[in-house]
Design a protein around this ligand. Structure first.
Ligand code: C2E
Ligand code: MG
Ligand code: MG
Length: 599
């Protein structure tokens, strides 16, 4: 079938997507052009690529020219010729080409025969062509040979382009091929809605464990079998790509959203059947992220990133499949922005601390304060630590920020101590801070620099088994406590609270999570639970602090049950240092007298 010019724009897009003007590709074709010159006994043989404005001679015999304007390209006419080969025995006698400068002037070409180089997708890229300074005519056999050689050239081009596009473990096409195919879809402006799917067939923890215990062979076998199973299950529906160690991707077309849901559920069932991986029975998992898209260049660039986000959401939600959610994407972009801007923000003075007073419940006097981090981002506004800390923890900046918090909060405490020496300061530490082996020394040296007795400093760590499993945490906590720093367990009761492990930790203070405080007045179960926890923490000798006290009933009950201290909006919100000092210097708090709107 001759190629129709009405698809010219698409052809150019495909050509660009394939990157066929690469110099190495042309050089690798030289032996074939030389063979053709010898076989056909012609002075000029060219492999040409015809793009929008020019024809490029990517491999050539018999000329030094590397390209000409497209207007004078004879090869351009070979692309949409009615026959496989465009042959002009004498160009000077041909109505169309007689006035062509290559014919009418130097080099005075007379003979031309060109066979189009057509991709698997049916797009002609250019030609393999022969030219001579004298007229001649190819025999039928020569025409056949020219055609065969042009196909060899095309196969060679396609093979060259596919190097590095297979995954070694599975032998399947990899992410490079997927990107090339996506570019091709975009180039062809495939009109319907497409669906990109990314799947993971094992969770990362299992992968790590399995590598260690079973070694390479069963793992690779499992991954291979999972990939091939996916291929079988999908059949003609889609081509599968092996895009990461345990990840596969595919693009579906011609489906509705419902059909995609049904397909993925079917895959989920099919994939989870047991396999024998190098003799070891194992079960692949199936978590998929799906995103609909249209084949434009911009979407093709971004679509696998979106599928990956959806897949991670599916893994986190422990569900077989989730659709891409742009909101989640925005959150990730925002987190990325925070991670990038944090260093400048810290150095540029955009970080600051607020202090939430802590109050003794027996007399409602301020006993100290907790330092709470804030970031005034120039574009994003106020960023709270609940959002910021998890981002920082994934960067190398967490330790620096913690040191900054320590330095500023202790300096603040020293200032307060000039008039209120009884105040203590609480600092929040994250699990990641314990990777900083010099943290203890730093904290103690900052205290020493400001002549602060370590007994007036408390660090808060969130409850969790991580403390025991974190090899640096426990010795550091023990070291800090030995120097007088008080250790508090923050948010106690928010997760899998367990008194058992508390005994193994060097703890002075238990901070009851807000979930044990809010609802005290209305929920009998919370009342029972909270009272029991307070009884136990008191009996075990810990100082008990209630977080998140928001109303008078909560305050009354907690005080009656013997809770030592409290924090919460009812008593005092996080505030600037000077305001906290004013509160601490004044008489006992009187929350009953506060206007309702402040509670
Ligand atoms: P947290 O240590 O449990 O701090 C208590 C959080 O609850 C604070 O939020 C505080 O503003 C808020 N809060 C206090 N009273 C009430 C109340 O009555 N009602 C309600 N609804 N909330 C109340 P914030 O400041 O947004 O901090 C959130 C978390 O971020 C903190 O929880 C702490 O875990 C972490 N964080 C804060 N500053 C730092 C820091 O410098 N380093 C680290 N690693 N984490 C920090
Ligand atoms: Mg805290
Ligand atoms: Mg807390």
């Amino acid at each position: 079938m001759p190629y129709s010019r009405k698809y010219e724009l698409e052809r150019i897009a495909v050509l660009n997507a394939l990157n066929v003007l690469d110099r190495d590709l042309g050089k690798s074709l030289d032996p074939i052009t030389q063979l053709a010159a010898f076989t056909f006994d012609v002075p000029i043989v060219l492999v040409t690529i015809v793009d929008a404005d020019a024809q490029h001679f990517i491999s050539k015999v018999g000329t030094q020219i590397t390209y000409t304007e497209r207007d004078i390209s004879i090869c351009a006419c070979a692309l949409d010729a009615e026959t496989d080969i465009l042959e002009i025995p004498d160009l000077s006698k041909d109505q169309l080409f007689a006035s062509n400068p290559m014919v009418a002037h130097d080099p005075f070409l007379r003979f031309y025969a060109g066979a189009a180089l057509v991709t698997g997708s049916g797009h002609p890229l250019g030609t393999l062509c022969l030219a001579d300074y004298k007229p001649r005519q190819l025999s039928a056999e020569e025409r056949r040979q020219l055609l065969t050689l042009s196909r060899i050239v095309m196969t060679h081009i396609e093979l060259k382009l596919s190097v590095g596009r297979r995954e070694l473990v599975s032998g399947m096409h990899n992410h490079r091929q997927l990107q090339a195919d996506l570019r091709m879809l975009a180039a062809r402006k495939t009109p319907e809605t497409l669906y990109a799917v990314m799947t993971d067939v094992m969770n990362s923890q299992t992968v790590n464990d399995a590598w260690q215990v079973l070694g390479v062979s069963p793992m690779e076998s499992l991954i291979r079998q999972a990939g091939h199973r996916l291929m079988q299950l999908l059949g003609d529906d889609a081509k599968v790509y092996h895009v990461g160690s345990t990840r596969f991707a595919f693009i579906c077309r011609g489906h509705s959203k419902d059909a995609m849901n049904a397909l993925l559920l079917r895959l989920n069932e099919g994939m989870r059947a047991q396999v024998l991986a190098s003799g070891v029975p194992m079960t692949p998992l199936f978590h998929a992220g799906v995103v609909p898209f249209h084949a434009t260049a911009a979407e093709a660039e971004d679509v696998m990133r979106k599928a990956l986000i959806a897949m991670h959401a599916a893994i986190n939600a422990e569900t077989p499949m989730l659709w891409y959610d742009p909101l989640r994407d925005d959150q990730l972009k925002r987190a990325y922005r925070l991670a990038i801007d944090a260093r400048d923000g810290l150095q540029g003075g955009e970080f600051h601390l607020l202090y939430q007073p802590r109050v003794r419940l027996c007399d409602l006097k301020v006993s100290g304060a907790e330092a709470l981090l804030r970031w005034n981002h120039p574009d994003l506004g106020l960023v709270n630590p609940d959002e910021l800390i998890p981002v920082l923890e994934k960067t190398a900046l967490m330790l620096q920020v913690t040191r900054w918090v320590i330095a500023h909060a202790i300096a603040q405490l020293a200032q307060w101590h000039r008039t209120q020496p009884h105040l203590h300061m609480s600092l929040n530490l994250s699990a990641h801070d314990f990777n900083d082996e010099g943290l203890n020394k730093y904290l103690l040296s900052v205290c020493a620099d400001h002549r602060i007795d370590p007994h007036s400093v408390e660090i808060e760590i969130t409850e969790g088994q991580w403390i025991k499993s974190h090899k640096h945490a426990l010795p550091q906590l023990i070291g800090l406590k030995a120097h007088g720093i008080r250790i508090a367990i923050d948010d106690f009761g928010s997760g899998y609270s367990n008194f058992g492990y508390l005994a193994e930790l060097p703890i002075n203070v238990i901070k009851l999570d807000r979930s044990l405080v809010s609802g005290l007045a209305t929920s009998p179960t919370t009342r029972l639970k909270t009272q029991a926890v307070i009884n136990l923490t008191c009996e075990l000798g810990y100082t008990t602090v209630a977080e998140g006290i928001e109303n008078l009933d909560e305050l009354r009950l907690l005080t009656e049950w013997g809770c030592d201290e409290g924090q919460g909006y009812l008593l005092a919100r996080p505030m600037e240092a000077a305001q906290a000092l004013r509160l601490a210097s004044g008489p006992a708090l009187d929350p009953r007298s506060y206007p309702m709107s402040d509670r």
